[in-house]
Write a protein that binds this ligand. Sequence first.
Ligand SMILES: C[S@@+](CC[C@H](N)C(=O)[O-])C[C@H]1O[C@@H](n2cnc3c(N)ncnc32)[C@H](O)[C@@H]1O
Length: 359
Amino acid sequence: MTDAAVDPDKLKLYSYQLFTKLEGAVTAGMIHLGDQLGLYAAMKRAGRPLSTTELAAETDTIERWVREWAFNQAAARMIEAHPDGTFSLSPEAAIVLADHEHPAFGMGMFHRLPQTMKALEHVRDSFRTGVGHDYDSHGPEGAVGIERSFEPWNRAFLVPVVLPALDGVLPKLDAGAQVADVGCGAGSAVLLMAGTYPNSTFTGYDISQYALDRARTKLDASGLPNAAFHDPRHQGLPEDASLDLVCTFDCIHDMAHPQQVIEAIHASLKPDGTWLLVDIKALDTFEENARKNPMASLMYGISVLSCMSSALSEPGGLGLGTLGLSENRAREMAEAAGFTRFRRLDVDHSVNAFYEVRP
Ligand SMILES: C[S@@+](CC[C@H](N)C(=O)[O-])C[C@H]1O[C@@H](n2cnc3c(N)ncnc32)[C@H](O)[C@@H]1O
């Protein structure tokens, strides 16, 4: 290509677009710091604009660093700057940045940002070897980040909205059901359900030792007698059609051998049992995902660094990745495992789709 073919305006625009990506990445790092240093929490607690001197005093940090951070955050419109040199959170920002009880709390993915980006060091080799890395490659804080990503929404909606949407499951849970959560992560959903349904028994399975350690620590602290956590490589799902409900939250697309896991879920369920499949709202093709999902580039990138890498971390891994389990794909895989009923639930979630799958 000669220089004559290059439109100077388009060149500027392209460079601008390129650097908006770097701006997003760097600001994401500053958001991580705002969360980890308690800067957002202090701003929310204050409930009024704070000077950077006040914010530094509140967070036991040094004003000059806080001031530069605040300038980044205000320039990026994450926080509000006032003419008197103070800074504040809008009511919406206070929820997304600092209210970990709210379903819209958004700091989970930012919590694990350093671990996610550190994966750049090892996935470079994966492009040549083909072999990815499981969730434990992100260290213990990776498991905490996942927990903080999903727990607030689950706490608000799993028991009051999602479980009642399943046909006939609530009476079983009240009476005493056998339930598994496969790919349970740090165990939030298991502990939430076990606390709500004391007559039922809940078992979480995960291959991440960091997630299992955290889940078991929280279980000990809870004192709940009706929950347990296992690595399925040591103690797998029962094979005797004894379970009433199996849940998989945001994990089938991360698994190296999802078809085998779906078959194991089928074998574990009673004939009238239920598989609650929750996974990313993916569409069938790249074109559809790119056109209809404003977060598609984020998700394909997270896939390389985390989801697809996990799904290729064992020999022969299927490598579905973040946007790899569309409704059609999920239905095909379920049918191939012997499931005969597949229904999408009417549950509103920003990134996830919910399915009731039955033998
Ligand atoms: C995105 S996290 C979701 C964790 C949890 N369900 C939640 O909602 O917080 C995906 C989880 O799947 C787990 N995982 C991947 N492959 C697995 C397998 N074959 N069996 C069990 N868990 C697996 C990972 O270790 C990770 O904890």
